[in-house]
Design a protein. Sequence first.
Length: 143
Amino acid sequence: MTVPWTTTAGVLVDRVEPGMAGLWSLIRTAQRGVLRCATDAELDRDLAFTFAAMDLGEALEDLEWVHPDLAADAVTVDLGELPGDDVGDARTALGLLLTGGLDAAVRMLREHPEALDTADVLCLARTAHQLAATHRRLTGRPS
């Protein structure tokens, strides 16, 4: 029995640690799922998943540039095999991860601005934009 992507994504969003490491975990998990979807030629006919993977890769690079230790210290979750019978579940799960990441970025900017330096603020602002654009690309809805 496989666990639906939405279940795994929901647990991660609910339990991820606040801060940069948690944000990185959400984005990296979303990127892994997006890459899995991009390998399905029928599903990625419009290349939305391919472009989303590139956008998420840029977001991860930005976070790692500001905090080089994130890739070594943060958690990465594998959503599992692409659910062939329920692609809607995959899109919903990716949407959950992206909105969770957007919420995490905005929460850091709103609740603890004094703890952030200029590089953090600029990185979070760019990351929030990338997550919102990726969410719109994959779901067709604003985040």
